[in-house]
Write a protein that binds this ligand. Structure first.
Ligand SMILES: Cc1cc2nc3c(=O)[nH]c(=O)nc-3n(C[C@H](O)[C@H](O)[C@H](O)COP(=O)(O)O)c2cc1C
Length: 369
């Protein structure tokens, strides 16, 4: 039997299978609000049978948005439209997760189809772009302001407040975004963190904000619910953040209440040379799982059912996260089950398209309201 469809239980939460929807910015919000696009986009992938559906990077403060059109959760008003989406995902038997993010020095940039580089204030951008140090990501990116120590504490508080709202919206998993050159990754990496205070220099200082943020989230996020952290396991640049530091960070995060490390890479150095290829980041998930003794997720150019099955079955990761393949085919999990000979449940409405003995799917976690 394929292992890709083994249920996975983390704390009190069981995922029906190990195919997770990787967070994907949709750049389709006004003032951070979720709308019809988010319902249909995320809802389709729940209908398609993914075990877990993550929202895109959801900004914990307005200036922490990558673009003016990012999803956000910095006010209580953001909760209800998200709660509607969560209910729909859970009705499909999938689990709703939210990725919480702050874009740091990569904030206030154009969404991919509207331009490139910094968005000026006249076009909805902002000037309080924040980072550990006043080092821009690239020439066409804003010069960030160095955060004060009070400002840094405010970041951890903003993540915790956002986690409380995600809980109120009914999400069952939080993923802290500490990858891809956004604020938390900027603190981790010596390429972007030139501070000389308690938040820069040594490994312990550079990782302090991630540890403090995890602790602040855990104080409001229910004990029974999983907390994931996405990291860039390497900057792919000599002298940058690397896999050895990632293993050590994972070891330190586990006792703070982190259940799974989602192992991505890159994004913090415009000049990095990245060896893209099928499953190119999976070795990081395998190594962190083995050396830090923590659950891991593999992501990056995973596109075929057998490839995904191999990753889980050989213990390289506990789950696979798919992004672009799930854009091409939201029903990838149903297709993978067919190809791998696995019997899985189908949406009742679609039963006549499934195998002869297909069973209807049951809802999970649907709140009593
Ligand atoms: C349209 C798009 C938006 C993305 N937005 C996010 C995001 O919000 N947060 C994140 O951590 N990664 C984001 N990513 C990266 C994906 O989650 C994933 O790590 C990457 O695309 C590699 O996986 P893939 O080869 O399956 O696409 C995005 C990728 C795409 C294609």
């Amino acid at each position: 039997m394929p292992r890709l469809f083994d249920p996975l239980t983390v704390r009190s939460q069981t995922f029906a299978n190990r195919i997770f929807v990787s967070p994907m910015c949709e750049y389709s919000s006004t003032d951070g609000f979720a709308g019809d696009w988010h319902l249909v986009h995320l809802g389709s992938r729940a209908v398609g049978g993914a075990g877990l559906v993550f929202t895109e990077a959801t900004a914990v403060t307005p200036e922490g948005r990558i673009s003016p059109e990012d999803l956000g959760i910095w006010t209580d008003e953001h909760v209800e439209p998200l709660a509607r989406i969560v209910r729909f995902i859970h009705e499909q038997g999938s689990v709703a997760g939210m990725q919480l993010a702050h874009a740091g020095r990569k904030a206030s940039t154009y969404r991919p189809w509207s331009g490139a580089g910094t968005v000026p204030a006249s076009d909805g951008g902002w000037t309080n772009v924040l980072a550990p140090s006043a080092v821009p990501f690239a020439d066409n990116h804003p010069m960030p302001r160095e955060l004060t120590v009070d400002g840094i504490r405010g970041i951890a508080d903003a993540f915790a407040a956002a986690a409380g709202r995600a809980r109120d919206a009914g999400f069952r998993v939080i993923e802290l975004h500490a990858a891809h050159g956004y604020l938390l990754h900027e603190f981790l990496s010596p390429l972007s963190n030139r501070r000389q205070d308690d938040y820069g220099g040594s490994f312990g200082n550079r990782t302090r904000l991630v540890r403090e943020t995890v602790t602040a989230i855990r104080a409001v996020w229910p004990e029974a619910l999983p907390l994931f952290v996405r990291i860039s396991a390497t900057d792919w640049v000599e002298g940058g953040w690397d896999i050895e530091q990632s293993v050590e960070l994972a070891r330190q995060l586990k006792p703070l209440g982190v259940d799974l490390i989602d192992c991505s890479s890159g994004g913090n150095a415009a000049q990095a040379t990245i060896p893209f290829g099928p499953g190119y980041q999976t070795p990081f998930a395998e190594r962190i799982r083995r050396e830090a003794g923590v659950l891991t997720g593999a992501v990056g150019l995973i596109t075929a059912p057998l490839q995904a099955e191999l990753i889980v079955a050989t213990g390289q990761a506990d789950a696979v996260l798919l992004a672009r393949e799930l854009l091409r085919d939201p029903y990838f999990p149903l297709r993978a089950a067919r190809e791998l000979g696995q019997d899985i449940t189908w949406p009742a409405q679609y039963l006549r398209a499934g195998p002869k003995d297909a069973r209807p799917r049951a809802a999970v976690n649907v709140p009593d309201r």
